[in-house]
Each structure stands twice: as structure tokens, then as C-alpha cells.
Write a protein that binds this ligand. Structure first.
Ligand code: CIR
Length: 278
């Protein structure tokens, strides 16, 4: 079974971090409705959705992807590049600790999960305003023993690597070459975003389909023409907080048994059920 960890939309989402966008009013109820529809798409793709609670001190909590990178063998808990978001890691670590042994990125490293694209044993990591070389080296040390290689990729003009490139199939990527160099992705079949839709490179590949935003009809047409199975969702309200599709979940393939049965969670996280609820 595949678990999709999601996190509730905070009532403080209007105070989210913004890097490339101007602040606009965000309608909390619409954002929550869109988030529920996204969760329904995840369930339709075969996931068991497990939604973590949030709090008013976590405006960006819905973008749970940035808190961790989940591999079959281990989960990496990040040290987010935006200081305001570091409060989010404890609850995510507590949830992930039920499924995987954990490794924490430590200072001076900073990393957002949105900068990490996993393609089998190949891991691409964006050097961005959120992710630095110390964290990339730390990640590499943690996962190299399991046979993963790590390729750093410079990202320009957007928030994260996965704003610029995401998986659209086992050997296929959807990308915006204006924001990320194409060469590291030479081995993949590539689909380019429509030039009029620069932010269209983020889709979520899950259960043999790509969950994709309705905001990018021209790129959607390209995906469909190339035979990609798509499920379209409305995410306009979450996009105002600079979030996309991959960033609203962490996918975990469930394995037998608990990962950390005998270990204490290194994050001092609250026990399950102790998260705040608004
Ligand atoms: C932030 O700036 O951290 C949030 N407002 C948006 C994060 C989006 N995360 C992602 O695309 N992985």
C-alpha cells in the first residue's frame, strides 16, 4: 500500500513565505476545498491519505513535501531553507518515523524537499535559495550506502528544482529549460512546457498518472498528446502561496513493521494525536 502524507491548510496560510510572487489574498475555505480535491485525486491513484494536523504557527504546512525526502530504505528530514518553516519538521518526522529510519539534515545545511527529484537510484538536487551544498553533501552521505547517486543542478528563476522539472513517467520528465539546464536530464524522454506557461513543469506522478493543475491547459495538451495519463485538479488558491502539485504530499510505500520501534524520535516530536488542529 502507498501512503500519501498530507498536511492540513493552516488558518495562517495568508502569512506564507513568498519568493517569486506578490502577495494576494488567499481564501482559506477555497484553499481547503482544493486541497481536499487533491487528496481525493491521491486516493483515486491508489494512495491511503494520512492528513497531519497543523497550527497557526505553520502558515506553509500544506506544502509538506519540503520537510522530507522518502526513499525505500530511509527518510531524510530536511532543515528547510526558510527559517519560518523549521517548526514544521517535528510533526512530519513523528509521522515518518512510523515508516522509515530517519536521518536529519543539520546546520549549516539547508534543504527543501521541493529541490529533490528522485528517479529510481538517481537523485537530482537543486542548488537554490533554499538548498545549499552542505545539505547536498549530507544527503549524499546518507543515501550513497543504499546505491543512490546524487547530481546537483543549478536552478534559476524559480523556487525549487521541481518548479522546473518533474517526472512524467518512469523515463520521462516535464521541464522548463529556462529555469534548469536540460543536460543533466539527457537520459530522459523530455516534454517541454508551453512557453506561455513557465510554471507548468510541476506535475505529480503517482499510480501511473500525472496529477496536474488546470491552470496550464497548453502544457496539459502536450502531455495528453504524448500519451501521458493525466488527472486535472484545481489548485489556484494554493498556487497563490507559491505551491504546486508535488509539494502537497509525501509518498511512502508502506512496508511491514515499524521502522523506529525501539528508537527515540530524534526530533522531540509530539506523539501521534498531539498535533494542534487548526
Ligand atoms: C514556501 O515558500 O516555502 C511556500 N510558500 C511554498 C512552498 C512550495 N513548495 C514546493 O513547491 N515544494
Amino acid at each position: 500500500m502507498r501512503v500519501a502524507l498530507t498536511r492540513a491548510v493552516s488558518l495562517a496560510i495568508a502569512h506564507c513565505e513568498l519568493t517569486h510572487l506578490d502577495r494576494q489574498p488567499i481564501d482559506l475555505e477555497i484553499a481547503r476545498t482544493q486541497h481536499r480535491a487533491y487528496e481525493a485525486a491521491l486516493a483515486g491513484a491508489g494512495c491511503r491519505v494520512e492528513r497531519l494536523a497543523t497550527g497557526p504557527d505553520m502558515p506553509d504546512s500544506v506544502f509538506i513535501e519540503d520537510m522530507a525526502i522518502v526513499f525505500d530504505e530511509i527518510a531524510i528530514v530536511t532543515r528547510p531553507g526558510a527559517e519560518s518553516r523549521r517548526v514544521e519538521t517535528a510533526g512530519v518526522a513523528a509521522a515518518l518515523g512510523r515508516y522509515r529510519p530517519l536521518h536529519a539534515i543539520l546546520a549549516p545545511g539547508t534543504m527543501d524537499g521541493g529541490d529533490v527529484l528522485v528517479a529510481g537510484r538517481h537523485v537530482f538536487v537543486g542548488r537554490s535559495s533554499r538548498t545549499n551544498d552542505a545539505a547536498i553533501a549530507d544527503l549524499h552521505r546518507a543515501i550513497a550506502p543504499y546505491g543512490y547517486d546524487v547530481t546537483p543542478v543549478d536552478v534559476h528563476g524559480c523556487l525549487h528544482l521541481k518548479s522546473a522539472v518533474t517526472m512524467a513517467g518512469d523515463d520521462r520528465v516535464l521541464m522548463n529549460r529556462a529555469w534548469v539546464p536540460a543536460e543533466p536530464f539527457d537520459r530522459f524522454d523530455r516534454i517541454d512546457v508551453d512557453p506561455s506557461e513557465p510554471a507548468a513543469a510541476n506535475g505529480l506522478l503517482v499510480g501511473g498518472r500525472v496529477i496536474y493543475a488546470s491552470a496550464f491547459p497548453r502544457t496539459l495538451e502536450r502531455l495528453v498528446r504524448r500519451g501521458v495519463r493525466t488527472v486535472v485538479v484545481e489548485t489556484g488558491e494554493l498556487a497563490k502561496a507559491e505551491g504546486a502539485l508535488t509539494c502537497c504530499c509525501l509518498l511512502v510505500d508502506e512496508r511491514e513493521g515499524r521502522a523506529n520501534e525501539d528508537e527515540e524520535c530524534p526530533f522531540g516530536a509530539p506523539a501521534a494525536g498531539q498535533n494542534r488542529n487548526s
